[in-house]
Design a protein around this ligand. Structure first.
Ligand code: NDP
Length: 283
């Protein structure tokens, strides 16, 4: 008879404001669903404790961990290497223990891309993206690496958007332009994909984007990053215009799927994770 193994494999998350993070519930749902003796520990880590937290994870043999606000950039100095897109972005949200070395990856944009690919391949597509913060940076880099034909970044603040546009033009092959958000923004004809990567709609499902809705046309794919609530005003408006819509839950779930794959090498069932998240956001 095989010996019993009472030792769990460990992964987790380091962030400030960890009590608002639903990832633990989603990842543990996947572990349960697949009968894995793994645990995801959601840890509150202030900036001055980040170095110790990473050292602790190494000492305990953690298989990896997520990083959230405010650690995505600072953590890089404590890691042993970076994946391609994380190196371009200069931000890590997922560390992976590969043969004892902690390698920093970024699954924010990869999760978005996987969710988008279920509907349309961005290769050769003209894309408009609202926002220039952390989520937009991760998504912009992945869309460019996936071969987007062009990218238009629409943002309120030029100051915030300029470094992102510069980075995409210098480090990827996708020509990227900045549009300082006019009121309202008119989506150019010929646009294939429109992404809301701002925080508009977060905790307020009725907040509109300042977009001329008549310029959203059937055939366009419109995606939103907002998860709470996932059914945003922007997506409802786009659907009414005949667009195909993708909610932010897909991005979050696919980040989880990619993280679980990195850590355990198992292809997690996204349905089990979506069920868990939908129950959380419905309550
Ligand atoms: P940041 O704070 O880094 O960036 C926020 C962006 O939203 C900026 O571009 C900002 O523009 C813009 N913005 C905010 N309010 C307005 C407004 N009223 N009008 C116009 N623009 C506005 O946030 P993140 O990039 O980290 O996150 C953005 C959203 O993405 C959050 O809601 C987050 O929850 C979500 N997210 C979802 C994920 C998922 O898995 N689905 C993963 C990661 C994030 P400006 O520069 O002009 O201020």
């Amino acid at each position: 008879m095989a010996a019993r193994d009472f030792t769990s494999e460990l992964v987790g998350s380091f962030s400030e404001g960890s009590n608002g993070n639903p990832t633990v519930a989603m990842i543990e749902a996947a572990f349960r669903h697949h009968g894995l003796n793994w645990r995801y520990i959601n840890c509150e880590v202030p900036p001055e404790k980040l170095a110790d937290a990473v050292r602790g994870a190494r000492a305990l043999g953690w298989k990896g961990f997520n990083l959230s606000i405010p650690h995505k950039v600072e953590v890089i100095q404590y890691l042993d290497g970076l994946g391609e897109s994380a190196a371009i972005m200069g931000a890590v949200n997922c560390a992976v223990n590969r043969n004892g070395k902690l390698i920093g990856e970024n699954t924010d944009g990869k999760g978005f891309l996987k969710s988008l690919m279920e509907v349309v391949d961005p290769k050769g597509k003209r894309i408009v993206m609202f926002g220039a913060g952390g989520a937009a940076r991760a998504i912009g880099v992945e869309l460019a690496l996936a071969g987007a034909k062009s990218l238009t970044i629409v943002n309120r603040s030029a100051l915030r958007a300029e470094p992102l546009v510069k980075l995409l033009n210098e480090k990827t092959k996708t020509p990227t332009e900045l549009v300082v958000w006019p009121q309202p923004y008119r989506v150019p004809e010929g646009t294939d994909i429109v992404v809301n990567a701002t925080s508009i709609g977060l905790a307020n499902g009725n907040q509109p984007l300042d977009v001329d809705l008549s310029t959203l046309r059937p055939g366009m794919v419109v995606a939103d990053v907002i998860v709470d609530p996932p059914d945003t005003r922007f997506l409802r408006d786009a659907k009414a215009q005949g667009c195909t819509v993708i909610d932010g839950l897909g991005m979050l779930i696919n980040q989880g799927v990619i993280g679980v794959k990195y850590w355990t090498r198992i292809d997690a069932d996204p349905a089990a994770m979506r069920t868990e998240l939908e129950a959380i956001f419905a309550s």
